[in-house]
Ligand binder design. Structure first.
Ligand code: AMP
Length: 402
């Protein structure tokens, strides 16, 4: 598969349209709480500016479902980027249309324009609804760079469809290249034992990946909200814990597949439970066998699970981790995630942590510096592992014939 690098593109005097992933976590007041995805593309932006080009940045942010909503505006991200990079960031209040066109055309070398959230248009996520959308975006730049690894598993307009308008002028950014290189080197033929730790809120978003992982890993460790659907599949009482009723059969199937393949699948053996998911909650620890009573819900893995997971992870050579093991945003429920973060950094393994919440969780533990590779992609990392490529990468591979 041959993909152009941004280093192959003519930059001087050109308008470089760059798809980035500024889908960063924010708090209730809209403040950026983890800027990994922003800082990660700054070297590429600076490279273009230094080479005498100008940059038009485009990104999605949250899930606004195809129409404008202030909550999902990229304005706070523009302000954040401006402080970080130290130059004025121009802003277009719509990613296509006359204002975006005018601002893009007026850009001078050394200048940066950020377009408003791509997902304010339905056609970003559903390109068939309006093929003109990708064409209009493409019309803003002379060259296209994909620097949004975290969005490469999506067949979205700004990731896939747009590429066809840049024959011989669509390339992978430095960050995207680094992600692909690292993941293919470490995950295509991983050093074994290879373990995956999967947590986070729901099974639904990680179902395909959980199944795929069973064919690749030497053991699977599950925690976080998704564990409770597995418990339900085993007939264990989970009280008011988060779970996905429709996915109980799928969870049962995963447990069965693990058994038949002989892949150890570890679920938490005890849980920190609470009367509410809040810093003021009254909390206690219960073994799984006791069940979780009505009126209480599981919010973190318990100390015995920490001990079990830590011991089992000891001999790992490769560890992939996606999704926190509890509601890590609240101190009282962050112990499991923190303890496992510490545990994996003490193993001799190559450690890969991916995804927005996972990055925030690992940073909150203070162990981020000791992780071998923090990937900007969550779902993208997992799907790369599942398929060995991603739609956004394939699109670039097919576009290098100028
Ligand atoms: P994901 O994006 O699927 O990786 O999910 C991350 C979210 O899962 C975080 O915001 C956590 O607070 C949440 N989470 C983890 N464990 C639990 C749990 N036991 N109950 C509810 N939410 C959880």
């Amino acid at each position: 598969m041959h993909i152009l690098s941004m280093a192959d593109l003519p930059i001087k005097g050109k308008r470089i349209l760059m798809r980035v992933d500024f889908n960063v976590p924010v708090d209730d007041r809209g403040n950026v709480t983890d800027d990994t995805r922003i800082t990660a593309v700054i070297p590429s932006i600076k490279y273009i500016l230094e080479k005498g080009g100008c940059v038009i940045l485009m990104s999605h942010f949250g899930r606004p479902k195809g129409s404008f909503s202030k909550e999902f505006s990229l304005v706070p991200v523009a302000e954040y980027l401006e402080k970080l990079i130290g130059i004025k960031i121009k802003f277009a209040s719509d990613c296509i249309g006359s204002e975006a066109k005018r601002l893009a055309e007026a850009l001078r070398p050394g200048e940066v324009l950020l377009l408003e959230n791509l997902r304010f248009h339905q056609a970003e996520e559903h390109p068939d609804k309006d093929p003109e959308f990708a064409k209009q975006l493409a019309g803003l730049g002379d060259c296209y760079i994909n620097e949004a690894f975290g969005a490469c598993h999506r067949t979205h307009a700004s990731v896939v469809d747009i590429v066809r308008y840049f024959p011989g002028a669509a390339a992978a950014g430095f960050l995207l290249q680094k992600e692909i290189r690292f993941l293919s080197e470490t995950l295509t033929d991983p050093k074994r034992p290879f373990y995956a730790i999967i947590g986070g809120a729901k099974i639904s978003s990680k179902l395909g990946v959980l199944k795929a992982l069973l064919g690749k890993v030497d053991a699977l460790f599950i925690g976080g909200g998704m564990a409770y659907t597995f418990y339900r599949a085993e007939g264990i009482e989970i009280g008011d814990s988060l779970f996905e009723k429709d996915l109980i059969p799928e969870a049962a199937e995963i447990l069965q597949t693990a058994k038949s393949k002989g892949v150890p699948l570890f679920l938490p053996i005890d849980n920190v439970i609470a009367d509410k998911i809040s810093p003021e909650a009254s909390i206690r620890t219960v073994p799984v066998a006791a069940g979780i009573p009505k009126g209480e819900s599981g919010a973190d893995i318990g100390p015995e699970t920490i001990e079990l997971f830590t011991e089992k992870l000891q001999n790992a050579k490769t560890i992939l981790w996606n999704g926190p093991l509890g509601v890590f945003e609240i101190e009282a429920f962050s112990k499991g995630t923190k303890a496992i973060a510490e545990a994996i950094t003490k193993t001799p393994a190559v450690t890969i942590v991916g995804g927005g919440d996972s990055i925030a969780a690992i940073r909150a533990t203070g162990y981020a510096d000791k992780i071998t590779h923090i990937s900007t992609g969550g779902g993208a990392t997992l799907e790369y592992l599942e398929y060995g490529t991603l739609p956004g990468i394939d699109a670039l591979a097919n576009s290098d014939r100028g």
